[in-house]
Design a protein around this ligand. Structure first.
Ligand code: API
Length: 311
């Protein structure tokens, strides 16, 4: 069979997008790997199928029923797959590119002020477009799997990257998908890091994890002149992919970890910034803590080209 696809990216985390508006495309792991293959296929970090949430529910995914029960307006579902063919619960850069894709299909008018409400395996997500063209995603709830003890200790895992003579402390952060965040002291160490193999994480996360290596860069005056914002730089080794140029859920995890560490050592934790700019090799995104325990991710999304491919 031949499929039409669109290629897009968010801060160079790239995706092949398929408009399966009838919900009848059988996206097997083999097909995902073929589409994502940078030699024999289109090439991408992940594959995103836009499908009716009702069709995903019909196909037996209970989360789609939960999405529709919670938010009947979430008629479209982001079926995200990693390049290795595995399924992941969420993709933050992917949601922004999904929104741009939905716009291109005429399914939503974000420029006209509409909000896109969509389903994912990580629950309902909401996307609006900012005046400057960035897509802002309410990523929903986040949590530390290690709870208050992990927050106080600043770590609940030991992580060892290639070339390290000893493990370093890591903090697990859940964004619907799993993350383990490790602080480094210097930007040159981050730049020199060998991420050609997955860092070893102990205890071994039962469903794997995305590993973010971060360098906190301190605080700076907010653009509106009110208070300060935080800044950090990160690289990431993604579950099911390898090192990518950016990771949206990872940027959220990194900002939440750095804020947790800063708050643990602060005289006034409430004074720690709630907005963070995250520098990734593919660009920059913004992470903002929202009321109610939600976190927002904002950044660019671009559609690059479309084509056809035999599957
Ligand atoms: N590799 C991730 C999914 C993609 C996440 C990333 N591309 C993002 O933008 O959040 C996982 O297996 O959980």
């Amino acid at each position: 069979m031949t499929v039409r696809f669109t290629k897009g990216h968010g801060t160079q985390n790239d995706f092949v997008l398929l408009a399966d508006t009838r919900g009848d495309l059988d996206l097997t792991p083999e097909r995902v790997r073929h589409l994502a293959d940078r030699r024999s296929g289109v090439g991408a970090d992940g594959v995103i199928r836009l499908a009716p949430t009702a069709a995903v529910a019909r196909d037996g995914e209970g989360v789609a029923d939960e999405v529709l029960a919670a938010e009947p307006d979430a008629i479209w579902f982001m079926d995200y797959r990693n390049a290795d063919g595995t399924v992941a619960e969420m993709c933050g850069n992917g949601v922004r590119v999904f929104a741009a894709f939905a716009e291109s299909l005429g399914l939503v008018d974000l420029d006209g002020g509409e909000e896109l409400v969509l389903g994912t395996r990580g629950g309902v997500k909401r996307v609006v477009k900012e005046p400057g063209g960035w897509y802002a995603v309410d990523m929903g709830l986040w949590h530390l799997p290690g709870g208050a003890d992990a927050a106080a200790a600043g770590a609940d895992a030991a992580v060892r990257a290639a070339g390290w003579d000893a493990p370093r402390p890591g903090l697990s952060v859940d964004l619907g998908n799993p993350h383990t965040v490790v602080a480094l002291a210097r930007a040159d160490e981050l730049a020199a890091l060998d991420l050609t193999t997955a860092p070893l994480v102990d205890p071994v996360p039962p469903h794997g994890t995305n590993v973010e290596l971060v360098v906190p860069l301190g605080e700076e005056p907010a653009a509106d002149g009110v208070g300060t914002v935080g800044r950090l730089r990160m690289r990431v080794h993604e579950r099911g992919v390898g090192e990518t140029r950016s990771c949206g859920t990872g940027a959220c995890a990194a900002a939440l970890a750095v804020r947790t560490w800063a708050a643990a050592g602060a005289d006034d934790p409430a004074a720690v910034p709630t907005t963070w700019f995250v520098e990734v090799p593919g660009g920059e995104v913004r992470v903002r803590l929202l009321d109610g325990g939600h976190v927002e991710l904002a950044g660019p999304a671009e559609l690059v080209f479309s084509g056809e491919l035999a599957l």
